[in-house]
Each structure stands twice: as structure tokens, then as C-alpha cells.
Write a protein that binds this ligand. Structure first.
Ligand SMILES: Nc1ncnc2c1ncn2[C@@H]1O[C@H](COP(=O)(O)OP(=O)(O)OP(=O)(O)O)[C@@H](O)[C@H]1O
Length: 627
């Protein structure tokens, strides 16, 4: 059975890429954030699509357990047929009939067992798959701010280890729990059939056992939560260190990273040991031994009375024996269930987090023409700490806007508001006069491209990286034409398989300048009307820088372009310049106007105007172009 055909593969909870509710693209079955008020309720909702499998599992288990309990009883009858005849001669006719019945019971029991196992495994793996899909789909809907405040490794631990804990909770966790319940119920029913007076010991046992389990569960809950949390911490540290392995290596921080990781691995191990130790401290096996001794003593008394046969005594002891395995496994089963509940809690925290709401799309769909305005925009990454304050400006379609300001003044942040990577806390960002919050996010982003300072490529082919985001891919001719504009075609063709060359993770096998040009080509493929370029080319050699600058110039042709660049010639050539200081626009206008009116602008550029082509960027990151 493939994942797609599994129950729940039809996405009962709106787990896989649910349509945006406002887009009108189809029914959104996502229960939405905050609708599961508790973990058990959330788990029940997850189980709903698997009801037929759960029913088959229960039926199969019932068949297995009832027949397992019936076998000692029927064996007892066989003993009686041989030993307990009034005339002293064994009744082989009855014995053979009982033996044939036993064979039939064993076959039916095996079929029940197979049905139970198949249904349970389908249910368990489906539960894991759906939970994982929900985490992933909900992460894709989250706002950028959500990720800024969380560790990637911990989030991926929720989609992997925590989702797997749901599988283990179902199988063998639930399996053992159901076995346990039936294994206790069945012998009790059969013992009652033998002689209701014999219920005394097992019933006392069941009551004490239930009390012991409840207490055991109370102790297991916190240690299980802690084990899952520590697992998340450890995974987060591992993925951060691996992602930053270059820095770790180049700064000689490997020993420190190793000891940090060892520390977290030790905490996880300690938490797991605490969980297992708590699991092992279950009283139930001791209780069962006492109950079996009680049942034996009671049966012998009744045998002496003559009110119980030897066959019945054998049957009762056999039935008490069937309690042993599930009793021993009860705490193991409970441990898995509590670990699963802890995992479910962590998954639920992601899936039901209302922060995902930030990204809800508006309904406005229209071709973007490229008029951009901000009206009193204030924004901060953290509440109460604005990075941009009260920004206002308006530019016509096709304008090139340069943003200048000291490092940390908020230039990159401003670019991220244009395509609603972030939403302003106050004020409005208007694209063609419509607030970004009213735009259908797909329509807005399909014609608004941002070229980041830190270019991110996926470990896929160059062609796949280039057509990222264009539904149905991009035809090769268009891709090549765009790569030529971005000055990327020649170096792409020089790679081993051209456009089909697979790049390393995050584009590691390409140089900084090459990555940038792939990013420019990628941004241009959708023919955006608004282009935001965060250009930090200072790290590349001058020949590459020239190529990148040429690409940037061509890319901005005919588009509303927002430019954060260290290149003075590009700033000077811009139609409009915004001067940022500590998150405020202190002045705006053309280069000449600003040189005349803005003292900060003059301070930034005066040294380079009197002394062209300096070697490095100044405090504002501005330098004269060398080509
Ligand atoms: N993801 C983030 N989470 C929290 N704070 C952030 C984040 N990104 C930037 N900041 C903070 O916002 C402020 C503005 O950063 P931003 O990157 O916009 O400045 P910038 O002018 O582009 O700087 P630079 O010229 O160095 O690139 C800085 O104080 C920075 O620490």
C-alpha cells in the first residue's frame, strides 16, 4: 500500500498542502489552529480516518484473545474426557472431537491474529505519515517570524522522531494495551464460567492492578515529556552544527561543538533512562504472582470440597497464566503511550500554533504593475522593538529605488516587507494601491522577486533551482534566455551536466558570484514587476563582481527595483534614494537633491566623491564601482 492510498491519504485533516481558505481553490478541511483543546482529543481526531482499520484490529484481537483464553478451557475438557469418566475408562470419542475443535480454534485464532496485525500496522504507519505531513504542511504556511524564533532542528525532530513516536504508540503500544484489556477480561469471563466463586482472586488483582497502573501513568507523564524535549534539543544542536560546519571548522570550534552536543546527548540519554526506569518500576508482575497463588489456594480448597474437578483446576491456573505476559508488558505499553502523547503534544504545538495565521492570504488577484508605497510603516521582529519606524514613500512603476543607510539601519528588513515575508505591525505596504495583506499571497509573490544577500539554493539540478516556484516548470529556452540576462548561462554550460548539474546543499558547489547569478536568473524567470535586490557583492573578485553588476543592471530594466547595494554608481543612477537611519527614513530624493539637502547622505558619500574608486566599503557599505 503506498502512502497515497493509505487511509487518510485523502488528507482528512487538511494536512497536505491545504488550499488557502480565502483563495476559493477548494474546501479547506483543516480544523484550524486551536480547535484541539487537548492531546487525547487531537489524537482521536487523527484516528478518525482509520476507524475501519481500528475496528478490524479490535475484532482480530478479540478473536485472538478469546480463543487464546478458550484453549486452556477446552484443554481442561480434554483432560476430563480422559481422566474423569465414571466408569474409569477414557472417552476417546469425546477426546478426538475436542482435539479437532482445538485445531479449528487454533486456525481461527491465527487468522484473527493476522487480520489484527495487518490492520494495526496500516493504522500505525498512517498515523505517523499523516502527522508528519501535517507538521510539514503547517510549517510551509508559517510566517517567517515563526522560524526566526525557533530552531530548525527542533522543528524537524517534530516531523521525524515525534511523528514516529505516534507509530510506536499505536504499534506496539495500543496493541499491548488492547491485549492487556482483553487478556484480563477473557480469563475472568472464562473463570466465571468454570465457577463464579473463583473470581475472588482475579477481581482483587484487577482492582489493584488498575490502581497501580494509574499511579504508574502519573509518574510516566513528566519523564516522557522530558525525553521528547531533550530529543528535540539534541536534534536542533546537531542540525545547527552541521549547517554551520564551515564556520565550526574554520573557527576551530569543533571541540566546543562536540562537547555541547555530548552534553545534550547525555541529557537525552539521562531523560530516556529516567523514562525507562520509571517504566520498570511497575508493581503489576508482583501483584499477578500474589493473585495466582491466591487462585491456586482457592481452587485447591474447592477441589477438596469436591466442587471443582482437576480439569477445572488446570483450566483456572492456565487462565491465570494468560495474564502474565500482558501484565509484564503493561508498563512497557504505557511507556510507549506516554511517549506518543508527549510526541503528539509537540506536533500539536506546531500544527495548532496560531502564529501560522500570519500568512493567511488575502483575496486580491490582479496583474502587478509595480507601484509601491508605504504609509506609516512600523515593524519589529520582536514585539516592542521596532526595526523600522513610520516609513512613508510612494514610487511609480519602473522606478529604481536605492536604499542607503548604515549597517543595521533596516535596509534588508524594508525589502522583506514588499512581498509580505513580514507584515508591518503598523501602517500599510501598498502594491498598486492595495495593501499586501489584501493581496492573494501567491499572486503577489509570483510577480515580486527578492534576491537575498545570502543566496539559498537546494541540492537539486540547476534547472530545478531556476524553475523553483514556477508551477509546471519553465521551458528550457526561456530558462536559458533568462540565464543569459543574468550572466549565468556560460558558467552553467561549463558545469559537468549543464542545467542538469546537481548543486551541493545550499548551493555549496558553486562560488558566491555564481550563486548570486543563479539567484538573479531565478528571480527573473517569473518576469517580476517588482524586484528587490539585497546585493552584497563585496565578497567576490572584481571580474565576478563586474558580471554580477551587469546582471543586476539588466535585471532591473523595466521593473520597479529596490536596491540595497554597496555600489555608488548604482545608487547614483537610481531614480529615487531612501536614506535610512536607525529604521527611519531621514530623507529621500535623487542623488543630487540628497547631496544638497541631506547631511547624512553627504557624510556617507563625500569621501568617495572626492576620491573615486576606493578599495573597500565604508561604514554605510558604499563604494565606487571599479568597472
Ligand atoms: N530575522 C531577524 N530577527 C531578529 N532581528 C533581526 C532579524 N533580521 C534583522 N534583525 C535586526 O534588525 C535590524 C535591521 O537589520 P537589517 O538586516 O534590516 O539591516 P541592514 O540595514 O540591511 O543591515 P546590513 O547593511 O548590515 O545588511 C538589526 O538590528 C538586526 O539585528
Amino acid at each position: 500500500m503506498t502512502a497515497e492510498t493509505m487511509p487518510g491519504g485523502e488528507d482528512p485533516a487538511g494536512t497536505t498542502a491545504p488550499p488557502r481558505p480565502e483563495s476559493g481553490a477548494g474546501p479547506n478541511t483543516d480544523p484550524g489552529p486551536g480547535t484541539h483543546s487537548s492531546v487525547p482529543r487531537w489524537l482521536l481526531a487523527q484516528m478518525r480516518p482509520f476507524r475501519p482499520y481500528i475496528a478490524l484490529f479490535l475484532l482480530g484481537s478479540l478473536a485472538w484473545q478469546s480463543l487464546t483464553a478458550a484453549i486452556p478451557l477446552v484443554t481442561g475438557l480434554a483432560f476430563d474426557a480422559i481422566l474423569d469418566q465414571d466408569d474409569g475408562s477414557p472417552d476417546f470419542g469425546t477426546f478426538h472431537a475436542i482435539a479437532a475443535g482445538l485445531l479449528a480454534l487454533v486456525v481461527v485464532r491465527a487468522l484473527g491474529g493476522i487480520m489484527a496485525t495487518y490492520s494495526l500496522e496500516t493504522f500505525a504507519s498512517g498515523l505517523e505519515r499523516n502527522a508528519r505531513a501535517q507538521v510539514f504542511a503547517s510549517l510551509l504556511r508559517k510566517s517567517q517570524g515563526y522560524f526566526n524564533r525557533r530552531r530548525v532542528g527542533d522543528l524537524s525532530a517534530r516531523a521525524t522522531g515525534d511523528a514516529e513516536s505516534l507509530n510506536l504508540m499505536a504499534s506496539p503500544g495500543f496493541d499491548l494495551a488492547v491485549d492487556l484489556a482483553l487478556n484480563i477480561l477473557m480469563p475472568i469471563v472464562f473463570i466465571a464460567l468454570v465457577d463464579p466463586r473463583l473470581l475472588l482472586s482475579p477481581v482483587i488483582f484487577v482492582v489493584l492492578f488498575a490502581l497501580a497502573l494509574a499511579e504508574h501513568g502519573r509518574r510516566l507523564e513528566p519523564v516522557s515529556d522530558e525525553a521528547r524535549e531533550r530529543f528535540g534539543d539534541m536534534t536542533a544542536q546537531a542540525s545547527e552544527s552541521i549547517a554551520g560546519i564551515e564556520v565550526v571548522g574554520s573557527t576551530g570550534g569543533a571541540d566546543e561543538e562536540r562537547s555541547r552536543f555530548s552534553e545534550l546527548a547525555r541529557s537525552y540519554r539521562d531523560a530516556s533512562v529516567r523514562q525507562i526506569r520509571t517504566q520498570a518500576l511497575a508493581l503489576s508482575p508482583l501483584l499477578l504472582t500474589l493473585a495466582t497463588v491466591g487462585a491456586l489456594v482457592h481452587s485447591v480448597i474447592l477441589l477438596r470440597d469436591g466442587s471443582l474437578s482437576i480439569g477445572e483446576l488446570v483450566a483456572v491456573l492456565g487462565l491465570m497464566g494468560t495474564l502474565r505476559a500482558p501484565t509484564q508488558l503493561a508498563s512497557f505499553s504505557l511507556g510507549l503511550i506516554y511517549l506518543g502523547m508527549a510526541g503528539a503534544q509537540r506536533i500539536k504545538e506546531v500544527v495548532d500554533d496560531p502564529e501560522g495565521e500570519d500568512e493567511r492570504s488575502g483575496r486580491h488577484i490582479a496583474p502587478v504593475t509595480g507601484e509601491v508605497a508605504m504609509e506609516g510603516v512600523t515593524f519589529g521582529y520582536e514585539p516592542g522593538k521596532p526595526v523600522l519606524r513610520d516609513l512613508s514613500f510612494r514610487v511609480a512603476p519602473g522606478t529604481t529605488v536605492a536604499i542607503v543607510g548604515a549597517t543595521g539601519s533596516g535596509k534588508s528588513t524594508l525589502l522583506h516587507l514588499l512581498n509580505r515575508t513580514y507584515t508591518p505591525d503598523e501602517g500599510r505596504v501598498l502594491i498598486d494601491g492595495v495593501p499586501t495583506t489584501d493581496w492573494d499571497i501567491g499572486a503577489l509573490r509570483s510577480r515580486t522577486s527578492v534576491i537575498e544577500q545570502d543566496v539559498m539554493l537546494f541540492s537539486r539540478t540547476i534547472a530545478e533551482n531556476l524553475s523553483l516556484g514556477s508551477e509546471g516548470g519553465t521551458d528550457r529556452a526561456h530558462m536559458e534566455a533568462t540565464a543569459r540576462i543574468a550572466q549565468a548561462h556560460d558558467f552553467i554550460m561549463a558545469t559537468e551536466h549543464g542545467y542538469d548539474t546537481v548543486v551541493g546543499e545550499r548551493g555549496a558547489t558553486l562560488s558566491g558570484g555564481q550563486r548570486q547569478r543563479v539567484a538573479i536568473a531565478r528571480a527573473l524567470i517569473a518576469d517580476p514587476r517588482i524586484l528587490a535586490v539585497d546585493d552584497a557583492t563585496s565578497a567576490v573578485d572584481s571580474a565576478t563582481e563586474y558580471e554580477v553588476q551587469r546582471a543586476m543592471r539588466q535585471a532591473s530594466d523595466g521593473r520597479t527595483t529596490f536596491l540595497v547595494t554597496p555600489r555608488l554608481s548604482r545608487i547614483r543612477a537610481a531614480d529615487h534614494i531612501l536614506v535610512l537611519d536607525a529604521g527611519r527614513i531621514v530623507d529621500q530624493g535623487s542623488h543630487e537633491q540628497l547631496l544638497q539637502d541631506c547631511s547624512l547622505y553627504r557624510r556617507i558619500f563625500a569621501p568617495y566623491l572626492s576620491k573615486p574608486a576606493p578599495d573597500g566599503p565604508d561604514a554605510a557599505g558604499a563604494k565606487e564601482e571599479s568597472h
